[in-house]
Design a protein around this ligand. Structure first.
Ligand SMILES: C[S@@+](CC[C@H](N)C(=O)[O-])C[C@H]1O[C@@H](n2cnc3c(N)ncnc32)[C@H](O)[C@@H]1O
Length: 401
């Protein structure tokens, strides 16, 4: 496996990002068509291989046009001239906002950012940048944010369904900490309301007896696209519960309508008037979270970037010691260590005594190693703290769903 492949194998969510951009392209959003050409979308996505292609290519452009334009609406109303788009994927937002004069930094996994940065240079937009970062890793997000001077409009769109509860809390803590360092910043995310948005768009377009079936199709399709990388966190839970979790991170979240200006969307041109009427109603639902930093915010530390790995071979066993954070940025190093030694060994022992953080991508690497060893018991993960053990078990349940 090459370096990029290690990164891709341990971070599966990035494949769905191309699909997200494809839905906007199918919706006919002009900048998505222009950006689609720059990133080679037409060659990169084959609609024939998308599960339930006909329904998916009909429903998703509507849902994603609503979500994308809602976030843009709130960015333009934030008063900030800086945008930090966390988990930006292949969204055309950066190119569009940079053309409008915003300083836009897209922060995504290094494998995505490395692909997009040369494209931004080719587009000739100096105020459009892409940076490799892990949303759960404060240091990497801070480095991205510090490219921007003054208040920032921080955006997270479409990341929630790839995070466990613990990871989502870390991302919120990191965002609050960055907001405390860039006074006057705003945080916009439609993610807590995703379940509702999907529900509304399905009920507007399908009869009640098909609801379960269409939700099943969506779940299958996203699981396919992310190779099993999605969690079950994006359900239809009361949004007040999310607002409380935001508060615990030091964020005052206001639940705002998807599109208070209730615009004529491009997708409407393909829909019957009674369907567009239902979607218009949905546009007024308060599913977007617009947050400011709480006046009583207190910084939560301890989320620093300090991964270390050591290994040696004794007999037919590979002994690995990991310490610090095993997250999206560092887990490819563990996979690389295994891949480059696997021909010489039959067993692997990973000593996690010094591990302070274990993300789902770290757990994913343990899965990959188990899969490659002839017997899953030949991977021993030892000295995991009780807290990380519990998180890891929750994560496993999610990965097997
Ligand atoms: C469904 S896409 C959404 C992309 C984009 N925001 C949009 O709306 O088009 C999810 C994105 O999250 C990124 N991602 C997943 N885990 C991440 C993490 N821990 N840190 C940063 N980005 C992450 C993936 O690489 C992918 O680009």
């Amino acid at each position: 496996m090459g370096n990029d492949t290690f990164r891709e194998e341990s971070n599966k969510a990035f494949e769905t990002a191309k699909l997200t951009s494809y839905w906007l392209y199918l919706a006919g959003i002009p900048e998505a068509i222009e950006y689609g050409k720059l990133i080679g979308l037409e060659d990169g996505v084959d609609p024939e291989v998308i599960p339930y292609s006909k329904d998916m290519c009909f429903l998703n452009p509507i849902i994603h046009e609503i979500r994308y334009t809602s976030v843009n609406y709130y960015v333009r109303n934030s008063g900030c001239k800086n945008v930090l788009d966390i988990a930006c994927g292949y969204s055309p937002r950066g190119m569009q906002l940079a053309k409008e004069g915003y300083h836009y930094v897209g922060a995504d996994l290094p494998v995505v950012a490395d692909e997009l940065e040369p494209i931004a240079r080719k587009a000739g937009l100096d105020n459009l940048e892409y940076v490799g970062a892990d949303a759960t890793n404060y240091e990497s997000l801070k480095a991205a944010a510090d490219k921007l001077d003054g208040p920032i409009c921080i955006v997270v769109e479409g990341l929630g369904m790839y995070l466990t509860k613990a990871e989502a809390a870390t991302v919120r803590d990191n965002i609050a900490r960055i907001m405390s360092e860039h006074e006057g910043s705003t945080y916009i995310t439609p993610d807590p309301g995703n379940g509702y948005l999907f529900f509304d768009c399905i009920t507007a377009n399908y009869p009640p007896e098909r609801m379960r079936e269409v939700f099943g199709m969506l779940f299958t399709m996203y699981n396919w696209a992310s190779n099993g990388g999605i969690t079950m966190e994006t359900d239809k839970r009361p949004l007040e519960e999310d607002a409380k979790m935001f508060k615990e991170s030091g964020l005052d979240a206001k639940m705002s309508p998807l599109r208070p200006d209730n615009p004529q969307l491009l997708s409407f041109s393909k829909l019957a008037p009674e369907v567009t009427a239902k979607i218009r109603e949905a546009l007024m639902h308060p599913f977007t979270f617009v947050s400011t930093l709480s006046p009583d915010y207190v910084v939560k530390e301890g989320n620093d970037n300090d991964f270390n790995i050591e290994s040696n071979i004794e007999g037919d066993t590979l002994f690995v010691k990991v310490s610090g954070r095993l997250d999206v940025l560092s887990s490819p190093k563990l996979l690389e260590c295994f891949e480059s030694n696997k021909e010489k060994v039959k067993e692997v022992e990973v000593d996690c005594k010094g591990l302070t953080y274990l993300s789902s991508s770290g757990n994913r690497v343990f899965h990959l190693i188990r899969k490659e060893l002839s017997d899953p018991d030949k991977l021993r993960v030892i000295n995991l703290s009780e807290e990380l053990e519990k998180q890891s078990q929750d994560d496993e349940i999610i990965q097997h769903m």
